[in-house]
Design a protein around this ligand. Structure first.
Ligand SMILES: Nc1nc2c(c(=O)[nH]1)N[C@H]1C(S)=C(S)[C@@H](COP(=O)(O)OP(=O)(O)OC[C@H]3O[C@@H](n4cnc5c(=O)[nH]c(N)nc54)[C@H](O)[C@@H]3O)O[C@H]1N2
Ligand SMILES: Nc1nc2c(c(=O)[nH]1)N[C@H]1C(S)=C(S)[C@@H](COP(=O)(O)OP(=O)(O)OC[C@H]3O[C@@H](n4cnc5c(=O)[nH]c(N)nc54)[C@H](O)[C@@H]3O)O[C@H]1N2
Ligand code: SF4
Ligand SMILES: [Mo]
Length: 760
């Protein structure tokens, strides 16, 4: 730490929120204050190779760090829940209250009533919700959750198809690809590993053709692609299936690979348990349903001209090794399971799996990636029950009725059929899910307002967010510059980034770890929680675990600090190819699927027994809100919500530099604007039968007609009539989940738009 009046330049990481990247900063620190932040952008003095250059958010971080609204003291609610009225209290009062409520609710309802919701604000190992989950495990257990808001469907169906989520290649291998389909994937803005866009650019320079399939002409289309193919949201499975139709009918598929490595391709390849069921080819050719999935068929659904589909299919099958990289928005939709499987099926039937320059599709995490945010030990949960993270409102309303049909895990071991309690206490740490990032906020916040449901809500954050406004108790967390932490690559990267404590916590704020340790002490489990370590000692402990389990040459923490290293990276010399062993000898290296093969016909999904919503071969299913449904008469526009450079979800929402650089606007096509009499920059009301929000519009041909885009993550700010004033998408979204994975379907939204007359 720098305390004297000299300026120290300390290498550190950009605070690790769930931002899609992990980058390096040089912090200029003087007199206990950070004066400037620069990034790793000097070729003559690189910290990592390739450099981990910060995006606009990292460069603008000081505005968040020293924002005048930072929480500096604990607060207790004084008004009605949700009204946002609070009075400052001392830490002693706050910690007593927290320990008292945890004990009271545990004694009244049991451990299954205690819940730390999904929250991704802190990922430096020692900041974030995992610190609270460890505490509740030490305390005797909690209702835990699994899966994520991000990858709800792909997390479950990627392994259902290929037995693992780690089926990608190292990104350096993209240089071997001849064609890269960036399918609903926009890494130039929605970061997906620092430098993913850099590697795409390298691949393109190396001769790969790059095509973006996206309803929007994104930053990635503009900066990385040779071609943009716009298509209707939620119809990708139809396009992929039509490509398969071309590939199969023109004999462009890789029969040898299919024979050796797949299951369920055609009737000759059906698993015994499902003999006679519809195979993949049966569906594609329309043998059972009488509908061949031709490019003409798909054109009406997707809006992609049939000739384009034919051309793309031929190119994907014949160009040489090809990457079909799937972004995540299209699986964060109704039937999100299908689109992931349809993309994986294309990769499989063209033999693009397990080879240099290929890509298995699906989640495709890299096999060599670090353990990324899981090294701080949460411990075992003695309670043993776990819900899909998106279904927490169900667990509040009717937890005791929730069983296997709601995806509850751990019931067998507990010899139960349902949860044993509804959620009665929520401790939200580094999360703005409750009243911002979850769906259908008008409905969700009604649930939160009812004190007979959740009896106690504590929120631990840096700011008084919409979620914090629903707290009974607000605990002020310090920022990641004010404590110790470690980060490793977001999905990619053989690197560890050190965030040494740069300055003291602002006001009375404390680190997440310290707050938990202080509560643990009140509960009589202080030693069990800390094991005698403080933040720095835990950081050292984790560096030592990295050395034992992952990176044998990583220096000690002391060495990293003394040498002002900032990061430790291992260069990728020979890129790892996911599923290569399986491909070379499937018998010796069977996949962890029921058949041991790539399941074009999924036995897991067949056994689920709901073929209409969860077909065993990937199928296009019209979404429950769609331009083709009756609802379109009233709400004719599909509203998507991208992940913007202006924010990490809702983090940085109040950063004035970022809002200035990336103003919050809804995109609308000139045809749709004209039909509504809109002029560029007009304030518009976006609404459906769940809610309404007001936001200025941008009229642009960079979006498909019939589709609008409102970047997700602004702070929900309802007026007296409940109309949101800051363009918050989640007043419009639905709480309905994907049928197999119980994942968030937040992107499936139909709306109407009208000009809003500015009041005053
Ligand atoms: N700048 C920034 N980067 C981030 C984040 C952030 O908040 N800000 N968040 C991070 C996190 S936690 C996650 S999970 C990831 C999310 O990563 P993604 O989910 O991949 O990101 P999105 O921007 O939601 O969507 C990617 C693209 O899909 C397009 N799209 C939407 N619907 C469809 C569809 O139905 N079909 C097709 N083909 N395309 C569609 C959108 O227009 C968008 O350009 O991003 C990470 N990176
Ligand atoms: N409609 C719609 N909704 C979405 C999405 C979408 O695409 N569309 N995307 C979803 C996805 S992919 C995700 S991952 C979720 C993300 O949802 P969240 O996990 O809630 O992420 P954030 O909105 O960034 O909120 C994180 C909070 O943590 C706080 N914070 C930051 N650092 C720290 C720290 O060190 N300690 C503590 N205690 N607090 C800290 C921030 O101030 C912020 O309030 O949103 C989901 N919601
Ligand atoms: S990608 Fe993430 S870690 Fe990198 S600068 Fe941006 S916000 Fe920070
Ligand atoms: Mo996410």
């Amino acid at each position: 730490m720098a305390t004297a009046a000299e300026t120290k330049v300390i290498r550190t990481g950009c605070p690790a929120h769930n931002c899609g990247g992990r980058c390096l900063l040089r912090a200029h620190v003087q007199d206990g204050r950070i004066l400037r932040l620069e990034t790793d952008d000097r070729p003559e003095d690189p910290i990592a190779s390739p450099q981990l250059r910060a995006c606009t958010r990292g460069r603008a971080y000081l505005r968040r760090q020293y924002h005048p609204d930072r929480l500096t003291t604990p607060l207790r609610r004084t008004g009605k829940r949700g009204a946002g009225e609070f009075a400052p209290i001392s830490w002693d009062e706050a910690l007593d209250e927290m320990a008292g409520q945890l004990t009271r609710i545990r004694d009244t309802y049991g451990h299954g009533a205690l819940f730390v919701p999904y929250g991704t604000g802190g990922y430096t190992q020692l900041t974030g919700a995992q610190t609270a989950r460890r505490l509740l495990n030490c305390f005797g257990g909690q209702l835990s959750y699994y899966n994520s808001y991000s990858w709800g469907a792909t997390n479950i169906v990627t392994p259902a198809t290929v037995g693992t989520t780690k089926c990608g290649n190292d990104r350096q291998d993209w240089l071997n690809a001849k064609l890269i389909l960036m399918w609903g994937w926009n890494p130039a803005e929605a970061r997906d590993g620092t430098n993913s866009d850099y590697f795409i650019l390298q691949a393109r320079r190396n001769g790969a053709r790059v095509v973006c399939l996206d309803p929007r002409h994104t930053a990635s289309c503009a900066s990385l692609a040779d071609e943009w193919i716009p298509l209707r949201p939620g119809t990708d499975t139809a396009l992929m299936t039509a490509m398969a139709h071309v590939i199969i009918t023109e004999d462009l598929h890789d029969l040898d690979f299919i024979d050796r490595c797949c299951s369920g391709f055609d009737q000759g390849q059906m698993p015994d348990e499902a003999a006679g069921e519809e195979s993949y080819v049966d569906y594609v050719l329309g043998i059972r349903d009488g509908v061949p999935k031709t490019p003409e068929w798909a054109e009406h659904i997707t809006a992609v001209p049939r000739d384009t589909t034919v051309r793309l299919a031929r190119e994907y099958a014949t160009a040489g090794p090809a990457v079909l990289y799937q972004g995540y928005a299209m699986q964060r939709r109704a039937y999100g399971e299908q689109v992931v499987r349809a993309g994986m099926a294309l990769a499989a039937i063209t033999g693009n799996v397990g080879i240099k320059g290929g890509w298995a599709s699906g989640l495709s995490s890299q096999p060599t990636a670090g353990p990324y945010w899981s090294k701080f030990p949460e411990g075992e949960n003695p309670h043993g029950l776990s819900i899909p993270c998106f279904l927490w409102t169900e667990a509040v309303l009717r937890g005791r009725e929730m069983g296997r049909d709601h995806g509850v895990l751990g019931l067998d071991a507990r010899d139960r059929d349902t949860l044993d309690s509804d959620i009665k206490l929520i401790w939200s740490v580094a999360s703005n899910v409750l009243a911002n990032q979850h769906a259908n906020l008008n409905w969700t916040t009604e649930i939160l307002r009812d004190e007979s449901l959740v009896e106690f809500i504590a929120v631990q954050d840096n700011f008084l967010t919409p979620t914090a406004r629903f707290a009974d108790l607000v605990l002020p967390a310090c920022t990641q510059f004010e404590t110790w932490g470690l980060a490793d690559g977001w999905k990619y990267g053989q690197e560890v980034i050190l965030l040494p404590q740069l300055v003291e916590p602002l006001g009375q704020s404390r680190s997440d770890f310290r707050i938990c340790a202080d509560i643990a002490a009140r509960l009589g489990i202080g030693e069990a929680y800390t094991e005698g370590r403080d933040e720095r000692a835990w950081t050292e402990w984790i560096v030592d675990r990295y050395r034992e389990e992952w990176l044998p040459d990583i220096p000690t923490l002391d060495e990293m600090v003394e040498q002002n290293l900032g990061a430790y990276t291992e260069p990728v010399t020979e890129p790892v190819i996911g599923l290569a062993d399986f491909r070379s000898d499937p018998g010796a290296h069977p996949l962890a699927t029921p058949s041991g093969r790539i399941e074009l016909f999924s036995l897991d999904m067949h056994r689920f027994g709901q073929p209409e919503h969860v077909p065993a071969v990937p199928k296009y299913i019209q979404e429950w809100e769609s331009p083709f449904g009756a609802e379109a008469a009233q709400f004719p526009l599909q509203c998507i919500a991208n992940h913007t450079l202006a924010r990490v979800h809702s983090t940085h929402e109040n950063n004035d530099w970022l809002r200035e650089a990336h103003p919050h606007r809804i995109w609308i096509h000139p045809l749709d604007a004209e039909a509504r009499g809109l002029a560029d920059g007009d304030l518009v009301r976006v609404f459906n039968d769940r809610g309404a929000t007001v936001v200025p519009c941008v009229i642009t041909r960079r979006i498909l007609p019939g589709v609008v885009n409102l970047p997700q993550g602004t702070w929900w700010t309802p007026d007296d009539e409940g109309v949101d004033q800051r363009g918050s998408i989640n007043v419009l979204t639905s709480e309905r989940w994907t049928p197999f994975a119980f994942g968030a379907a937040l992107q499936t939204v139909m709306v109407q738009i009208a000009r809003e007359e500015a009041s005053s």
